[in-house]
Design a binder for this molecule. Structure first.
Ligand code: SAH
Ligand code: SF4
Length: 424
């Protein structure tokens, strides 16, 4: 989501202020930290990074320093207190107002702040996207109403707001004109999508996008198990353009912990969704998010998580140590698990996930995969990389430029994080 927002920030500043992006901070007129506050570590990194940027500002007094994203929403004017040399603080829902804020900062106005959450208006201000490559992200909804007990997102990104389907489809059409073949629909909970004009449900929207001939692949992230209805499940049967993987965060394998987390589903209900999906797509790739060390998590609860990880046989996962976030209900619970134990649980979990990932990759050896070519080695131009329909990376050589094309590749070798193939 932040990558998407960063790309939009760059587009909007290019269109309205003529700014271009640079890889060299010392050459910049404006430096923006687009921040994440989902865990404490990401949040704290912002202040250490600001400390480093302060020196650039000393060298170049005209440099404008801005902090955007969720840390702005959480820390608000505290940012100016902790880092008085910051000029602009803005939030995820006001990034379209950045050109005006930048103008004010250039006129030496100090401490400019806009962390309001206006109704989903920012999309109306985004210029036509200028995409590079065959894959494009399209945000379809923002914010979250779920209020899981550990999570800061509903407080920083605001409540759920969906974009009108007409706007989404129009954006996708402009992307196809630029050669995009794969659309990745984005949202905190994409399956909570509610068309403001009541034209399409989330699954209907997928079917509508699939009608665009030049779109060859569609996927979405992140979806929530509590709203994974049968219409979305059957879309995997009726819609061949939906790629062969699903990212569905489970968070824990213990029903007791899931309840404390306020996730709104049980492990059995989660398992049922996966069973139904696998009935339709037997080799669908399933990835997830898991938190270890949630307050009161016992060895037994953790053993349940390890068990479900193996039963479901996830082929990839993002896993984290629980991080107390300010003003969330879980932060008021006693964080009673020693850090060493949390670290050990994370290590055990990640070792198990690595084994499963390797095993899954091995099952792909010998198969023929449709691969969307997304990368070319900078030095060795014959080396390409692409994504399979189940979202795995394949490296292979090819005699001619295949970037942006979908080609058939036979998988010949499996490493832990990627595959090697031969172009057919
Ligand atoms: N809306 C998505 C997830 C968005 S946040 C969902 O509910 O599935 C991305 C991931 O960060 C979450 O799935 C969770 O695993 C992790 N996360 C969120 N808050 C956290 C916290 N306080 N500590 C540790 N991990 C957290
Ligand atoms: Fe956070 Fe829960 Fe919303 Fe996901 S569903 S963003 S974890 S509150």
């Amino acid at each position: 989501m932040n990558e998407y927002d960063s790309a939009k920030i760059a587009d909007i500043l290019a269109a309205s202020c003529g700014l271009v992006t640079t890889e060299t901070p010392s050459k910049a007129d404006l430096i923006i930290l687009n921040t994440c506050s989902v865990r404490a570590k990401a949040s704290e990194k912002v202040f250490s990074e600001l400390g480093r940027l302060r020196f650039l500002k000393k060298k170049n007094p005209n440099l404008v320093l801005a902090v955007g994203g969720c840390v702005s929403m959480q820390e608000q004017t505290n940012i100016f207190r902790r880092a008085p040399y910051v000029d602009i603080v803005f939030g995820p829902q006001t990034l379209h107002r950045l050109p005006k804020m930048y103008e004010k900062a250039c006129n030496k106005e100090k401490r400019i702040i806009d962390i309001t959450t206006p109704k989903i208006e920012k999309f109306d201000y985004f210029p036509t996207p200028d995409v590079k490559g065959a894959i494009a992200h399209v945000s379809i909804m923002e914010g979250c109403n779920k209020f899981c007990s550990y999570c800061i997102v509903p407080y920083t990104r605001g409540i759920e707001m969906s974009r009108p389907s007409i706007d989404i489809l129009a954006e996708i059409k402009t992307l196809t004109d630029q050669g995009v073949k794969e659309i990745q629909l984005l949202g905190q909970n994409v399956n909570a999508y509610r068309d403001p004009n009541k034209k399409y449900t989330f699954s209907n929207l997928i079917h509508e996008i699939a009608k665009i001939k030049t779109i060859e692949r569609i996927n979405f992230t992140t979806s929530h198990p509590a709203e994974f209805g049968d219409d979305l499940i059957t879309a995997f049967a009726s819609e061949p353009k939906l790629t062969n993987y699903i990212h569905l965060p489970i968070q824990s394998g213990s029903n007791r912990i899931l309840k404390l987390m306020r996730r709104g589903y049980t492990c059995e209900e989660y398992q049922e969704i996966i069973d139904k999906l696998r009935k339709i797509r037997p080799n669908i790739g399933v990835s997830t998010d898991i938190i270890v060390g949630f307050p009161t998590e016992t060895e037994e609860d953790f053993a349940d998580t390890m068990e479900i990880v193996q039963t479901i046989n996830f082929d990839a996962a993002f896993s984290f140590i629980y991080s107390p976030r300010p003003n969330t209900p879980a932060a008021k619970m006693e964080d009673n698990i020693p850090l060493a134990q949390k670290k050990q649980r994370l290590l055990d979990l990640q070792n198990q996930l690595a084994i499963q990932s390797r095993q899954y990759n091995k099952t792909m050896v010998g198969t023929i995969q449709k691969v969307l070519v997304v990368g070319r080695d900078k030095k060795n131009h014959n080396q390409y990389s692409g994504r399979t329909e189940n979202n795995h990376i394949v490296h292979f050589t090819a005699p001619k430029d295949l970037l942006g094309e979908i080609v058939e590749v036979k998988i010949v070798d499996a490493m832990s994080n990627s595959l090697r193939g031969e172009l057919l």
